[in-house]
Design a binder for this molecule. Structure first.
Ligand code: IPE
Ligand code: IPE
Ligand code: MG
Length: 235
């Protein structure tokens, strides 16, 4: 039986979040510049979005750029921004055709005006799409997000907030919490990603580098997820 056939289609995760790590190491192994790793990482993004659609996953959240990633060399940051622009331009039609609803989590006000325009355009044009919600984390940091949520609550005059009030003040408002968090490239850390939302998420870490994370690796993560017993504190 193939891995794909092992997936129980009645028990799919509703929301999969991915820390797409290892582009730099993928390039380094091949003695190539880091940006080539990112370019190949984008190919994986396209494929995983396709697979998530095929499986009817409701939400896919991809960590593309963290609040800490600005500390990388200038040419790497600008290279990543260029790739993002190209991705948006080349994929928008495809998203519309396939009913993908494109969204962003993170503070995009720090990105260039041109990218903000592209992002807003993609969000606007796909806002009524009924298929996969593709959530891209850009200039995203979970501590920044939680702090922003607290400030929102204060501004609204909510003195005694509930967990729901806080959830509703996050970028992920209205989305189910991730059921499965995947991190590629073996690092055993969360790197400031979705700290509030992953309270009961199943974590799957693989040594495979993001540009090498293809069909079988994605299916493996889902099969592994389906073997877990989620207890949510109960017995
Ligand atoms: C992930 O790959 C992509 C981003 C953080 C933008 P890395 O660039 O972190 O790759 P490694 O961790 O250096 O291998
Ligand atoms: C996490 O990867 C951020 C993204 C995948 C966008 P990093 O490579 O930035 O994380 P650290 O530095 O290893 O924690
Ligand atoms: Mg990394």
């Amino acid at each position: 039986m193939s891995l794909r056939e092992k997936i129980d289609l009645t028990k799919l995760p509703k929301h999969i979040a991915i820390i797409m790590d290892g582009n730099g190491r993928w390039a380094k192994k091949r003695l190539l510049p880091r940006i080539i790793g990112h370019t190949n990482g984008v190919k994986t993004v396209k494929r995983i979005v396709e697979l998530a659609r095929e499986l009817n996953i409701q939400v896919l959240t991809l960590y593309a750029f963290s609040t800490e990633n600005w500390q990388r060399p200038k040419d790497e940051v600008s290279g990543i921004m260029t790739l993002l622009k190209t991705y948006l331009k080349s994929e928008l039609e495809n998203m519309i055709e396939n009913q993908v609803s494109f969204r962003v989590i993170g503070d995009i006000s720090k990105m260039s005006a041109e990218i903000q325009t592209e992002l807003k355009n993609a969000i606007e044009k796909t806002k009524d799409m009924k298929g996969l919600v593709l959530n891209i984390a850009l200039n995203y940091g979970s501590r920044q997000e939680i702090l922003m949520a607290c400030k929102n609550l204060i501004d609204k005059g909510i003195k005694n907030p509930t967990e729901q009030d806080l959830s509703d003040s996050l970028y992920t408002k209205g989305l189910p919490d991730p059921d499965l968090l995947i991190r590629t490239s073996g690092e055993m850390r969360i790197s400031n990603f979705l700290l509030w939302q992953i309270a009961y998420t199943e974590i799957y870490i693989t040594d495979v580098l993001w540009p090498d994370f293809k069909d079988e690796e994605f299916y493996k993560a889902i099969v592994e997820f389906q073997k877990r017993e989620r207890r949510f504190g109960k017995i």
